[in-house]
Design a protein around this ligand. Structure first.
Ligand SMILES: [Zn+2]
Length: 141
């Protein structure tokens, strides 16, 4: 697997899907040259010389966020946005989002075996919590 600068920076910014991040992390552990490359990229970016992270974001600008994918999976998105994400996954076939979506699906499938375990579901979609909390009454204190 060849690793692009964008992948390295996405990893540093924690933008990679979890399994891709784990793979890259393993490669970084074994590959000093790769670590150096990542460090150089981060140095360059910090100094403002290049903004590869910005390029990465620009290229992936059309990607929904992880929490949006979670909401899409739970069919909690407004129709227009859900249609867009369906298009992005099925027609565009974005590998990044497919990986994230598959990961969320697997996690939810596991939860469906334990429907009483709503606490874990909340943790899984923690980043969606702000959006979902609107429908819920606040915790009594
Ligand atoms: Zn995408």
């Amino acid at each position: 697997m060849s690793i692009s600068d964008e992948d390295l920076l996405a990893y540093a910014d924690e933008l990679l899907p979890a399994d891709a991040a784990v793979q890259l992390e393993a490669q970084l552990r074994d590959d000093a040259a790769l670590r150096e490359r990542l460090q150089n990229l981060l140095d360059q970016r910090d100094s403002g010389a290049v903004s590869v992270g910005e390029i990465w974001r620009h290229e992936r600008l059309s990607c929904p966020t992880r929490s949006e994918l979670g909401l899409y999976l739970m069919q909690a998105l407004e129709r227009k946005r859900a249609d867009y994400i369906a298009f992005h996954l099925k027609t565009v076939g974005c590998a990044y989002c497919e990986a994230t979506f598959a990961e969320l699906q697997a996690a939810v499938a596991e939860l469906d075996d334990n429907p009483q375990d709503s606490r874990r579901r909340e943790q899984l979609f923690a980043s969606s919590a702000g959006l979902l909390k609107k429908d819920r009454s606040p915790d009594p204190q």
